[in-house]
Design a protein around this ligand. Structure first.
Ligand code: SAH
Length: 316
């Protein structure tokens, strides 16, 4: 599945298939930019600082963030070097058009070891998962084969109760990333904020989804033709960071998090200067991000932060 996802992002325009928060409202990236700036200040404004985004897509979030930072906290903009973690050559090209100065990376490993503020929206859900199936008193792991799903005995036993046939999804790449980020922020100070969808507590259930052409597709279809995603297990992600000594804040429902950062206030302010039709579209975008029955509750924010940080906007 790892390869499936990377192949998809490398060859397709994923944004023809789904819409993400930064593409819905410019306020999303602006608020996350201000979050980054305030968090940097609460670290004592270290310079130099790495301002990192994992999986920047079209580059919209970072462009909106940098614009807001330039206006509100230019000192952060001046102290920061922008680092983008992106494997897709075609998305890198799009990002280059929107972001004037940045350094690109295949993974976090090559980002300089300095204080760091990292953002990642809908990045974790794109990382590969493994699926384990409860069988009798043990577990099997299921795999995709040309004949469809096959199950094989598994040495890994999820620590969760499940009925016969119940599925548990494990995302080791996300746990490894959490541990790596945690080690960095403990060593050099900093914070990483991820927004994604999934339950607050570990759960059983098959959440693997394929989307192609804007519609649900067969997850067993050709690997590069559909976007494969699955819910994020925030509990497992946070636990991997805590084990290395980082603080974990959240998860907090996205609607609450963004409202605390000023989603509706800022949107109102922008809308006041627009034509009625455009103003209505802006308000609709904010509601889509914030309302519980839309993206406000299933999506959540979680932050991995160094032990010295005492206030973190949106998590009070
Ligand atoms: N954050 C953007 C894009 C989300 S889609 C937005 O909110 O619109 C996921 C992004 O992560 C894409 O840019 C994709 O190319 C990138 N990506 C997926 N798997 C990756 C991996 N293993 N390493 C680096 N980038 C990856």
């Amino acid at each position: 599945m790892a390869r499936a996802s990377a192949a998809y992002y490398a060859t397709r325009d994923p944004f023809a298939d789904f819409t993400t928060a930064p593409e819905i409202s410019q306020v999303f990236g602006e608020l996350l930019g201000l979050w980054a700036a305030v968090t940097w200040q609460s670290l004592g404004s270290p310079a130099p600082v790495s301002f990192v985004e994992a999986g920047p897509g079209r580059g919209t979030l970072m462009a909106d963030a940098l614009r807001a930072i330039g206006r509100a906290v230019p000192a952060f903009g001046a102290a920061a070097t922008v680092h983008l973690i992106e494997t897709s050559p075609r998305l890198r090209a799009e990002q280059r058009q929107r972001i004037a100065a940045a350094v690109w990376h295949d993974s976090i490993d090559t980002v300089p070891e300095t204080p760091m503020i990292l953002l990642g929206n809908e990045f974790l859900d794109a990382l590969p998962i493994r699926q384990f199936v409860r069988r009798g008193s043990g577990w099997t792991e299921r795999f995709v084969s040309p004949q469809g799903w096959i199950e094989e005995p598994s040495d890994y036993h999820p620590a969760i109760d499940a009925a016969e046939g119940g599925i548990f999804e494990r995302r080791e790449a996300a746990e490894t990333l959490a541990a790596g980020i945690a080690a960095r922020v403990v060593r050099h100070r900093g914070a990483a904020l991820f927004l994604d969808y999934g339950p607050e507590r570990s759960q059983t259930g098959d959440s693997l989804q394929a989307i192609a052409g804007g519609r649900p597709a067969d997850p067993l279809g050709p690997p590069s033709e559909a976007d494969l995603t699955a819910h994020v297990d925030f509990a497992a992600f946070g636990a991997a960071a805590r084990a290395v000594g980082a603080q974990v804040w959240g998860p907090v429902a996205q609607g609450l998090f963004l409202a605390r950062l000023g989603l509706f206030r800022r949107t109102n302010q922008l809308a006041r200067h627009r034509q009625p039709r455009e103003a209505a579209a802006m308000m609709e975008g904010a509601r889509r991000l914030g309302e519980p029955d839309r993206m406000g509750r299933l999506f959540k924010a979680i932050a991995l932060v160094s032990p010295d940080i005492e206030v973190l906007p949106g998590f009070e």
